[in-house]
Design a protein around this ligand. Structure first.
Ligand code: G3H
Ligand code: ZN
Length: 278
């Protein structure tokens, strides 16, 4: 299938009562694995790449890889910029053909967050692409960037933020954490409150490590998208790590890369299936 527009995939998820996983890719193997896992599960979702990861690649290369990976799929998949750090990154990704964008200015003051998001949203909307923004800050390690900031999303700021920025999805901080080093502790009453106030669907970052029972409960509170990064990276890295631990002379990169697509794909399939189970 073609890369699906971000507004269309949101509509598709709402109509069919799906929750959309967004899986972080870093390279060719992970991109293929995400497409394969979603396709095997017959469920929709996002391939996403963070601004930080674009150091290794560039938006055009990711779009090219994604188009290739999706040739063998027949489930709706969108391509999302995760934790977009600048207007330049947002623009480059929209121009390259990304169909969904996050602009993350959550480290800035409330007013500067609004200002930054608003500018990015205007660009995205001009090209028919939805934009996600973050209010509050999430602790942990996201692609080597460590954040100690821990500010849960303030419900009193939500309406003003969404109305003024015109963002289409809102990433919230409710005890979710990035990476595998910290333990998430999801504040369900806060999530419930945010869902009652927010005019747009909510996004939960830091999906790796959140127990399924919690996701089940959280699902009723306006969640449309859950991000998974570390679980996939672990499946990828352990493929090579285990082979090396067994044999320090291991150098069959192609076989291990193929195996990594298999392992990461299995993890994708498992996660997308479990979060959509009723
Ligand atoms: O934006 C990406 C995610 O929030 C990934 O978080 O590595 O804890 O799954 P995670
Ligand atoms: Zn995140």
């Amino acid at each position: 299938m073609k890369i699906v527009n971000g507004f269309d995939i949101m509509e598709y998820a709402k109509t069919n009562n799906y929750i959309l996983p967004a899986f972080n890719t870093t390279n060719l193997e992970m991109t293929y694995a995400i497409a394969k896992g979603l396709n095997e599960a017959k469920l929709p979702g996002y391939i996403q790449i963070s601004s930080n990861n674009l150091r290794l690649s560039n938006p055009d290369a990711i779009v090219y890889l994604t188009r290739n990976a999706l040739k063998k799929t027949d489930v709706p998949i969108s391509l999302h910029l995760d934790h977009g750090k600048s207007y330049g990154d947002v623009k480059a990704c929209v121009d390259a053909g990304f169909t969904s964008i996050m602009i993350d200015a959550s480290h800035l003051s409330f007013e500067d967050n609004i200002k930054t998001v608003k500018k990015a949203v205007e660009y995205c909307h001009f090209y028919g692409v939805p934009a996600e923004a973050e209010l509050g800050s999430i602790r942990g390690k996201e692609e080597d960037i460590v954040s100690e900031a821990d500010a849960k999303t303030d419900p009193d700021l939500v309406s003003d933020f969404v109305e003024r920025t015109k963002c289409d999805l809102l990433a919230v901080s409710v005890g979710n954490v990035h990476g595998l080093d910290l333990t998430p502790n999801i504040d369900l009453p806060l999530l419930k409150k945010l869902s009652e106030i927010s005019p747009v669907p909510l996004v939960l970052h830091g999906g790796s490590g959140i127990p399924f029972e919690i996701i089940q409960k959280a699902k009723q509170y306006g969640l449309i998208k859950i991000n998974y990064g570390s679980d996939l990276r672990k499946a990828y890295i352990s493929t090579f790590g285990e082979a090396y631990a067994k044999n320090h002379n291991e150098c069959n990169v192609i076989e291990l890369s193929i195996k990594s697509v298999e392992n990461v794909g299995q993890k994708v399939k498992e996660l997308v299936t479990i979060i959509n189970r009723n």
